[in-house]
Design a protein. Structure first.
Length: 548
């Protein structure tokens, strides 16, 4: 035991250096992490913890300088060193207490008045001991020399002598004891309690490792409350007269500063590990901000789409009225209701009628697409015979371009179940797909329509031997106003609404549509429609449904 005591007695300068370095490292790490502080209550009190680490490091280094012989360092002989160290001790202890109070108040969500307590205690600490000593002992007090200094605890200092001194020595001793009793001890305990509560919050948010670090820091702070808060410089009053540096060194064999230095290292270790929570919180904050940004962009795009749909719908309705008049009057002229037409007149009126009908179809497609995009498409669903619908669609398609002499093939299995669909919209889907097949299939090409059933759906396929579609364009062709084939064959250019509308109609029925194709090898468009079950209900459906 004596050998251990002698070892620490001869290495106290190193002990104080490590002691101060641990607090300084904790303060530096905490200050750097405050840049990332977001969210948890720990963030708001980090500044006080960082400042405590910095200030208390200089307190311990001040004790280290007091051990240095005056011939080695002139600072150690300065009469200002002890008062400055004492002031720094008071500042550091009140900062630690403020850290614990701020965190505790935030976690509890009440007792905000506690935030004023550290400052009040600091003011009382500054003026209370001096007034008390001067008032009770105006002529001085018999006290051990250097009783206010923590240095007398190690054996290298000779036994103290009882001397007659001025008031500063009892004031300094009393101020150190008061600082540790009134601010440092409560600061360590309150901080430990706040970190223990914080650990429960982290544990409930699945931050288990950080919760463990909080508990470790809380335990280390609680233990340090004994070494740094209760074990004080000797003083002629209880409990400092019993639990002080002399009695502790006599019992433990080593000065309490050794245990304080060890606990400072442990506390700094757990605090630095615990601060990684702010990197987790920063990542969450950045992710939340990114999601909010994307959500805002999505909302803006949806609003733009809504405004576009409303504009298109309004314009289309305005166009529909004059178009009806053009088509109606051109039909009357073609029927020669107002008199006979010569061949040239008949041909021109016929062009007007065909163009009007084409434009009316285009306006109808725009209106339908607008309804699909806004979710206002109404389907009059009923059980539909797939065979009859496909046979009728192929018959109409044969008359679209008779001059191209294209071959049509219909491959339908027996027992094809009825589908739950709007017959008009199902015919419209087939018309759009077959029109594209006719348009992009060369003369004497082949167009095949096939169907099969399974998994509650009927799958319909339209295959052609046309120009094909590049893989990178197979998703784009279903977007409104896209015409990727026009760059290959300008004569095939159109409005680019057919496939977009077709996909919308298929999805409104609860099905899906896709394409298999390659350039120069033709295309196969496939889509599904839900079948009708035994109760006359569709197996799956979506969109707004109006039963026929």
């Amino acid at each position: 035991m004596d050998a251990l005591a002698n070892f620490f007695a001869s290495n106290m300068i190193l002990v104080f250096f490590i002691y101060g370095l641990a607090w300084f490292a904790m303060g530096l790490a905490t200050a750097l992490e405050t840049r990332l502080a977001r969210g948890p209550g720990l963030a708001g009190s980090l500044t006080y913890l960082a400042l405590f680490g910095f200030v208390h490091a200089f307190v311990e280094w001040g004790d280290m300088l007091l051990l240095v012989p005056p011939e080695v360092s002139a600072i150690s002989a300065s009469p200002f060193l002890k008062p400055i160290k004492m002031l720094l001790l008071g500042i550091s202890t009140v900062l630690l207490l403020q850290f614990g109070v701020e965190l505790l108040v935030h976690l509890l969500g009440r007792h905000r008045w506690l935030r004023r307590v550290p400052l009040v205690l600091f003011v009382i600490w500054l003026i209370g001991p001096a007034l008390l000593v001067v008032a009770l002992h105006p002529g001085g007090v018999d006290v051990p020399d250097k009783v206010g200094s923590c240095l007398q605890c190690h054996p290298s200092i000779s036994a103290p002598e009882i001397i007659r001194s001025d008031a500063w020595i009892p004031v300094s001793a009393t101020m150190e004891v008061w600082a540790r009793y009134s601010m440092y001890l409560p600061g360590l305990l309150v901080s430990a309690l706040a970190l223990l509560i914080q650990s429960r919050i982290f544990r409930s948010t699945k931050l288990g490792r950080i919760a463990s670090d909080c508990r470790g820091a809380a335990l280390a702070l609680s233990v340090n409350a004994i070494f740094a808060g209760l074990v004080v410089a000797p003083a002629p009053y209880f409990p400092a007269s019993i639990l002080n540096y002399h009695t502790f060194t006599g019992l433990a064999g080593v000065p309490p500063q050794v245990f304080r230095a060890i606990m400072a290292v442990v506390i700094a270790y757990f605090i630095v590990r615990m601060l990684s929570v702010f990197r987790v919180e920063q990542a969450k904050t950045l992710e939340t901000a990114r999601i909010e940004r994307y959500k805002a962009q999505l909302d803006a795009m949806q609003e733009l789409t809504r405004l576009k749909s409303e504009f298109i719908s309004g314009v289309s309705h305005e166009l529909r009225t004059p178009l009806n008049a053009i088509i109606g009057f051109s039909e009357l002229l073609l029927d020669e209701t107002y008199g006979r037409l010569n061949k040239k007149q008949y041909r021109q009126v016929e062009n007007i009628h065909v163009s009007g009908k084409h434009l009316a179809t285009l306006v109808d497609d725009v209106l339908d697409l607008s309804r699909v995009e806004s979710g206002r498409m109404s389907l009059r669903r009923q059980a539909v015979n797939v065979r009859e619908t496909l046979e009728d669609a192929v018959t109409v398609a044969r008359n679209l371009a008779p001059a191209k002499a294209q071959a049509f093939e219909l491959r339908l299995p027996q027992g094809l179940p009825a589908v739950d669909a709007d017959p008009h919209r199902l015919t419209q889907i087939m018309h759009n797909l077959l029109s594209n097949a006719v348009k992009f299939t060369p003369e004497r090409g082949k167009i095949a329509v096939a169907a099969g059933s399974g998994d509650g759906f009927v799958e319909i396929r339209v295959t052609d031997t046309g120009i094909g579609i590049a893989v990178e364009d197979q998703e784009r062709i279903f977007a409104p106003f896209e015409q990727v084939e026009s760059s290959i064959a300008p004569e095939h250019a159109g409005a680019g609404l057919g496939l977009a509308l077709t996909r919308g109609l298929v999805e409104a029925h609860g099905g899906r549509i896709w394409v298999r194709s390659a350039l120069g090898e033709g295309s196969t468009f496939c889509f599904t429609v839900p079948v009708v079950n035994g109760d006359g209900e569709p197996t799956r459906s979506s969109g707004r449904v109006v039963r026929a």
